[in-house]
Design a protein. Structure first.
Length: 610
């Protein structure tokens, strides 16, 4: 659909504008009219999800939006009590919140009239009427637990906190606690495994192997902040409840007002963050990066290593402090980048609008297997119908996948909560293949070691594992698994080998030359042509090597995890449009498919065989 000068484009523009400034009365009226128009609510919900900074708490806590929502909540005390009672229940449906809003609107206004003038009462009632649909949309997409406290924060003009108050009352702050997380894997080496809602004591060290974990620190003080740790990472909890980043990446958003609200200790020095600021940090034993997205931050380097005074950053700036053996200390400033931090995007970021043009282009290439995820067929177990030429190659559902809608296109979302995968029940191919192509759209939710798609032997080994002839994976930096610590971090990995072969798997691996992007759709192709093993990403050659081994026959296809009988090495993210061919597609065909999906393609690289 062409969005130029379309009413839904105006709706999107108004929502985006509301993230940074207050809307006028006429703009609020127009927004409410658009939200009630055909497709308006779905469009707004999709954009709100895209604007979320995390999968279950969002950027709706920007100051203008917070003022609208907190006032809406304040005008419905019964609704607020109801939400508080449901904080542990996860999602509340939009219809439930809307019905509560309607039932409480009259009583809230009536109670208010006894203590306010008619004009004031009318103004607040109008404000509630204008804003309540936001509450319904937000509640249908975000965790109520996050909403209830995020939107209740005072604006700077309302805050009376001072640094003296912080010094006097910091001991009254609640200890840090985990408030939300994706499908996280914590270190099992005896370190703390946190539980949502439970306090984390000072002196504890958290080791997050995979996933994104959101902590709340300094609750009920001006030093309150959201800290999102991106695995693999490890952090320490100080005696003052503040965070120390030992290794890995994290983002922090301070919710109070004032200066020097939050401190983060690193090996290089101390990071000091003012209120109403947003930062990203990357740290190791010898290097720390500080990215300032909004607000103010300063860096106090260790004087023993850096003969430098305090470093102040402007919005949009970043600084890297390094200690290199034999070269000493260095300080380099550059542009900050939210794109470097996974938690800066939501799972709804970067919609994939696949249409009939793309479907026709794939079918024209005559796939043996083509799975679209628009609907499930059959009873239990349900399946995705194969639209390719191979008989009996439907994708049977394993577990309970989630689904996400982008316009008219539905995609599968795996690994975010419960176990979920797809597999074939019949073997493929019937004979060894010197050529094949596996093409799909992949959107990893985070940097992790996950199995996107694999072809495994039908027979299970005695130890419960299965041999593989082909694997397409996402990898991550392994801080805690020494066997994999030398592997390239955050790459697509393509393995092709003969079943039962004695050579080590590393001899048959391809790693993409660049990192994959988290929460962004990528067109990924693993192919074999004669003695060439090839990996393409977004129509560009990502890696290739010599490998004369054919694809072993009579194997089963598995999507989303490495073994059909366990959730080991599960993929966390979204997938769509899986097509498998019994020949190697040309680069021209692949680029035609990408363009048919409405995606731009960079100029082609020269291929050795074309």
């Amino acid at each position: 659909m062409n969005m130029d000068n379309h009413p839904l484009q105006t709706l999107r523009t108004l929502i985006v504008k509301s993230q940074s400034e207050s809307l006028s009365e006429s703009e609020i009226a127009e927004l409410n009219e658009l939200i009630c128009s055909e497709g308006g609510a779905a469009e707004a919900a999709a954009l709100i999800d895209q604007l979320c900074a995390f999968s279950d708490s969002g950027r709706l806590d920007s100051l203008p939006m917070a003022e609208v929502l907190s006032e809406a909540f304040s005008q419905a005390p019964a609704l607020d009590r109801e939400l508080s009672g449901h904080r542990d229940a996860g999602l509340t449906t939009a219809s439930h919140v809307t019905s509560l809003a309607n039932s409480n609107e009259t009583s809230s206004t009536t109670n208010a009239e006894s203590s306010r003038s008619p004009d004031t009462s009318s103004r607040h009632s109008d404000r509630w009427t204008k804003a309540y649909w936001w509450v319904g949309l937000a509640a249908s997409h975000l965790l109520i637990a996050s909403l209830a406290w995020s939107f209740a924060k005072p604006s700077p003009s309302q805050s009376t906190f001072t640094n003296e108050f912080i010094a006097q009352h910091s001991s009254q702050a609640k200890p840090p606690q985990l408030v939300s997380m994706t499908a996280c894997v914590w270190s099992s080496s005896g370190d703390l495994v946190p539980t949502i809602g439970e306090p984390i004591s000072s002196g504890e060290i958290l080791k997050l192997v995979e996933g994104i974990a959101e902590l709340r620190i300094g609750e009920d003080t001006p030093g309150e902040a959201l800290v999102r740790i991106e695995g693999p990472a490890s952090v320490s909890i100080g005696v003052d409840g503040q965070i120390g980043l030992l290794q890995g990446s994290m983002t922090a958003k301070t919710l109070g007002t004032g200066s020097r609200n939050v401190t983060v200790d690193t090996a290089i020095g101390r990071i000091i963050v003012d209120g109403q600021s947003s930062i990203g940090l990357v740290s190791s034993e010898s290097e720390t990066e500080v990215h300032l997205f909004t607000g103010r931050v300063s860096v106090e380097p260790n004087q023993a290593a850096f003969n430098a005074s305090k470093i102040f950053l402007e919005e949009g700036e970043a600084v890297r402090l390094s200690l290199t053996p034999g070269e000493g200390a260095s300080v380099v400033k550059f542009n900050a980048s939210e794109a470097n931090f996974v938690s800066a995007r939501s799972p709804g970021f970067d919609p994939l609008n696949i249409g009939e043009r793309y479907v026709d282009a794939v079918l024209e290439s005559q796939p043996s297997i083509y799975w679209r995820f628009e609907e499930l067929k059959g009873e239990f177990p349900q399946f995705v119908k194969n639209q390719g030429s191979a008989a009996g190659m439907d994708a049977t559902v394993v577990g309970i996948p989630s689904w996400r809608q982008y316009g008219k296109n539905r995609v599968a979302e795996l690994g975010t909560s419960t176990s979920s995968a797809f597999r074939t029940l019949q073997p493929w191919p019937q004979e060894p293949l010197d050529e094949y192509t596996i093409e799909m759209w992949v959107k990893p939710q985070l940097f992790h070691h996950g199995e996107v798609l694999c072809l495994h032997d039908v027979e299970e080994l005695e130890d419960g594992r299965y041999q593989h002839t082909m694997m397409l994976e996402t990898t991550a930096q392994h801080y805690f698994t020494h066997r994999l610590s030398d592997s390239p971090a955050n790459r697509f990995r393509f393995v092709h080998r003969q079943l039962g072969a004695s050579q080590p798997i590393s001899a048959t691996s391809l790693f993409s030359d660049g990192q994959y992007q988290a929460r962004v759709w990528q067109h990924v192709v693993a192919a074999k042509k004669g003695d060439r093993q090839i990996l393409w990403v977004d129509g560009q050659l990502a890696a290739e090597r010599n490998n004369p081994v054919p694809l072993s026959p009579n194997v089963q296809i598995l999507v989303g995890q490495v073994y059909p009988t366990s959730v080991y090495r599960k993929f966390v993210g979204q997938i769509d449009e899986i097509a498998i061919y019994d020949r190697c597609l040309s680069l021209a065909e692949l680029r035609k498919h990408i363009k048919a999906a409405g995606r731009s393609v960079a100029p082609a690289q020269v291929m050795t065989s074309e």
